[in-house]
Write a protein that binds this ligand. Structure first.
Ligand code: DX5
Ligand code: ZN
Length: 223
């Protein structure tokens, strides 16, 4: 399963509901929701009240990416406000195994994320316990950064591990996606592609159509 996951961090928050509606009309199924706490990452984005509000109007799959220190404190809150999947950073958890269990027990999908400098090896022992691994391809914290080429081999390494162990784990990438890097990440093995500025930068309708078209072109080449 391939999905383009638009990140609302790049949305126009004055028109958030309207923009999410456009994404739905354009056939998007996953919405990437970046929560930042000003501690794990330098910036602060938004939290539960925003997610709760958009949940009332949207049927999209809410893919919540927590860039938050000790996210175990908030799992219940994010599930209650409408998350369908929660991704935590391996670097941010006191006890990563326990946090993953906690997310599972709360009844939503589980993702674990690694920053560009964190090796795949740090999480390879827990692949059986997660639904998705999110490989950050920029330093988490801001949209609109340049893709870090050194992350490509981590995607490949992860894909090989998942294949060798015959696991059912999605590989998501996040950061710096454009026409060129869309090809890089899909060919390296990612199947869930987060895109912020690529989709939202000019006109949203043409941005999302363009990104979907590019993604489909590359997928056709792979298959
Ligand atoms: C960065 C966030 C990303 C961000 C991606 O910390 O996790 O989801 O929105 O933005 P682009 O696609 O513009 O790099
Ligand atoms: Zn993200």
């Amino acid at each position: 399963m391939y999905q383009l996951c638009p990140s609302i961090l790049s949305a126009d928050f004055n028109r958030l509901g309207e923009q999410i509606k456009i994404l739905e009309e354009e056939g998007i199924e996953w919405l990437h929701i970046d929560v930042m706490d000003g501690d794990f990452v330098p910036s602060i984005s938004f939290g539960m009240p925003v997610i709760k509000s958009i949940r009332k109007e949207s049927k999209l799959f809410f893919d919540v990416h927590l860039m938050v220190t000790e996210p175990e404190r908030y799992i219940r809150d994010f599930v209650d406000c409408g998350a369908d999947s929660i991704t935590v950073h391996a670097e941010a958890c006191e006890d990563l195994e326990r946090t993953i269990e906690q997310i599972r027990e709360a009844g939503v999908k589980v993702g674990v994320s690694i920053k560009p400098a964190t090796p795949v090896n740090d999480i390879s022992h827990m692949l059986e316990d997660v639904d998705m691994v999110l490989v950050m391809t920029v330093q988490p914290g801001f949209g609109g950064q340049k893709y870090l080429e050194e992350c490509t081999e981590k995607i490949q390494e992860l894909r090989d591990l998942i294949r060798d162990e015959d696991l059912n784990v999605d590989i998501q990438v996040d950061g710096g996606i454009n026409d060129e890097t869309m090809e890089t990440v899909l060919k390296a093995g990612a199947n869930l592609v987060v895109a912020g500025s690529y989709v939202f930068k000019d006109n949203l309708v043409s941005g999302v159509r363009h990104a979907k078209k590019r993604m489909n072109e590359v997928i056709r080449e792979i298959d």
